[in-house]
Design a protein around this ligand. Structure first.
Ligand code: APR
Length: 238
């Protein structure tokens, strides 16, 4: 029997990694309650005080290396493996927990904290250690410009053309662990609704800003709600 859904797109945000011990951004005690975006997450901040920006991402990189995928990450990898149709995860997260859980069809639209980029030569390299303004680029030896391979505020997210194509063809759109505060990701639900008749699902701890735009909504910790949803989906009950 053909799968109920041929093209599934799953958008994830910080909430899916919360139970892995990684802070979200806008919850109480979230990252943006402790750090100012314009001091650590913009190109201007990096030009003004690169050490401060490196310290911020060095702390987050260390936390990601200590974290483990949780049941929600593993459930999405299982869905990709077990579902007859195509399953794509578009994540706003810069951790590698989806990869470590086994997801393969994955787009990191905000970049990856375990990679660095050299604006001088364009190299993008796997990187697990701390960075300082004195770290030379391993590819071209330039000092002082190596940066986290992260999309800062004011920069264009990655792979937007590919993401738009996936949203146009999807017949199931699932949003997990995101508050719906930051565009373009927050606008994906509107694109899906404009494009056609896809089923739309929000799985979150609390209703997001876009909650009214989803047809099915399940609230609770991702580690519980996502595995349950995936089993229902694989049983043809969604
Ligand atoms: N399970 C499911 N959802 C959770 C959990 C959990 N255990 N804990 C928190 N959440 C939900 C919150 O209810 C909230 O809706 O996850 C969402 C987290 O929202 P944000 O902190 O705003 O994170 P996110 O939506 O991913 O932010 C988007 O903003 O600062 C930028 O680049 C950053 O990618 C990030 C983007």
């Amino acid at each position: 029997m053909p799968a109920a859904y041929e093209h599934i797109v799953i958008l994830t945000g910080a909430g899916i990694s919360a139970e892995s011990g990684l802070d979200t951004f806008r919850d109480k005690n979230g990252i943006w309650s402790k750090y100012a975006i314009d001091e650590v997450a913009t190109p201007q901040a990096f030009r003004r005080d690169p050490q401060k920006v490196h310290d911020f991402y060095n702390m987050r990189r260390r936390r990601v290396r200590e974290a483990q995928p949780n049941a929600a990450h593993y459930a999405l990898a299982r869905l990709e493996e077990a579902h007859d149709g195509e399953v794509w995860v578009v994540t706003q997260n810069v951790d590698d927990l989806h990869e470590r859980a086994g997801s393969r069809r994955l787009i990191h639209m905000h970049g990856e904290i375990l990679k660095v980029r050299c604006p001088a030569c364009g190299a993008v390299l796997h990187w697990e250690e701390d960075l300082t303004p004195e770290t030379p680029c391993p590819a071209c030896d330039t000092v002082g410009c190596l940066r986290p391979h992260i999309v800062w505020f004011g920069e264009m997210p990655f792979e937007m053309d590919a993401i738009e194509r996936r949203l146009e063809e999807c017949d199931l759109f699932v949003s997990i662990g995101t508050s719906g505060n930051v565009y373009p990701a927050a606008g994906f639900i509107q694109s899906v609704r404009r494009n056609g008749t896809a089923q739309t699902v929000e799985l979150n701890l609390d209703p997001s800003l876009g909650e009214d735009l989803f047809t099915l909504k399940l609230y609770g910790p991702a580690g519980e709600v996502v595995p349950m949803f995936v089993e229902r989906l694989l049983a043809g009950q969604v």
